[in-house]
Design a protein around this ligand. Structure first.
Ligand SMILES: N[C@@H](CCC(=O)N[C@@H](CS)C(=O)NCC(=O)O)C(=O)O
Length: 321
């Protein structure tokens, strides 16, 4: 039996109202419906530990699906900081909407407890990544952009790359800022937009920025990395978002206007980055899909995890020098 139009209309209005309430749980929006990322705790870049010994005894806490954590994890991996900083992976708890430790850590079962013990206000979201001092329990820094810079300065074994060399610093920071706003945050502003206009703004800015990165890589004499011959923090800033593009952001956040294969230079750049030592082990495609499709209820109420391309098909092939 057909549902009477008045019932459909009332159900739609009620459903939309509930959707807006639930979206508020994912994050706030401004008056125009643009998603605005809440400010995190422990946002400042601290000084380096005063001695190499004091650099030991730290723990980098990450979640596999989180792109912000992925950036810090990559710097840790590329600079081989395993000797002084342990990596600890937390698990999502979608029912409670928080991260939990696989085993109690410093007496805490959840990241939220650790944040409270470290002095964060009770209403503060507990986000990954965080760098923690194992001895004092203090959170050293909880903002991924500053954490990447700190880990790049951290005492590292001989031969570890400097991902922010002084002569390239300005260029690196320009790219990083642009990616952070338009791409890293941009995909979330697409997915969490509260109306069509907000989505359109974020989506246009995202693809303009990818086009700019593509153009810069194909300039004569450019590449193989975004700032030239050296791999830098600009590359690290972009990779975690682009490696999730077809697997998560395209289908879930609606950023599918141009699949990455339509940006051939960025496609090769992504293959090249994935082939760097240690990078593949940070790419957990099954966890990404399960966590995003399973946890973001207002965007995907069924919780069904759809099939997607195998990660290998996105990164395999001859790596262009
Ligand atoms: N500003 C933070 C954002 C990190 C962030 O949003 N992390 C998410 C996972 S992708 C999180 O831990 N969310 C938990 C929550 O909001 O309760 C950073 O860049 O470090």
């Amino acid at each position: 039996m057909a549902i009477p139009p008045a019932v459909v209309s009332a159900a739609r209005q009620g459903w939309r109202w509930q959707w807006l309430q639930l979206m508020g749980g994912l994050g706030p929006a401004d008056a125009s419906g643009n998603y605005t990322r809440p400010k995190g705790a422990f946002p400042h870049k601290p000084a380096l530990p005063p001695s190499a010994e004091q650099a030991h005894g730290h723990v980098l806490i990450v979640g596999r699906s989180c792109p912000w954590a992925h950036r810090a994890w990559l710097v840790w991996q590329l600079r081989q900081l395993q000797g002084s900083i342990d990596l600890l992976v937390v698990e999502p708890d979608p029912e409670a909407g928080r991260w939990r430790f696989q085993e109690p850590f410093l007496g805490c079962n959840t990241l939220q407890e650790l944040y409270r013990h470290a002095g964060a206000p009770a209403d503060q979201r507990a986000t990954v990544p965080v760098l923690v001092n194992r001895h004092s329990g203090a959170v050293v820094v909880g903002e991924s952009a500053r954490l990447m810079e700190l880990l790049n300065d951290w005492p590292a074994p001989a031969g570890s790359p400097n991902l922010e060399p002084e002569p390239l610093r300005e260029r690196i920071n320009q790219w990083r800022q642009q990616f952070q706003d338009a791409v890293n945050d941009g995909v979330y502003r697409c997915g969490f937009a509260r109306n069509q206009a907000a989505y359109d703004r974020a989506e246009a800015q995202l693809f303009e920025t990818l086009a700019a990165a593509e153009a810069s890589l194909v300039r004569p004499g450019a590449g193989p990395w975004l700032c030239g011959e050296a791999l830098t923090l600009a590359d690290v800033q972009l990779f975690p978002t682009l490696i999730r593009l077809e697997l998560v952001y395209g289908p879930l956040f609606g950023v599918s206007r141009q699949p990455l294969w339509q940006f051939p230079a960025l496609w090769s750049w992504r293959q090249r980055f994935f082939a760097l030592p240690g990078v593949a082990s940070t790419c957990c495609d099954q966890a990404w899909r399960t966590d995003y499709f399973g946890a973001l209820f207002p965007l995907h109420p069924s919780g069904i995890v759809p099939a997607g391309p195998a990660l290998a098909t996105l990164v395999q092939g001859q790596v262009q020098p």
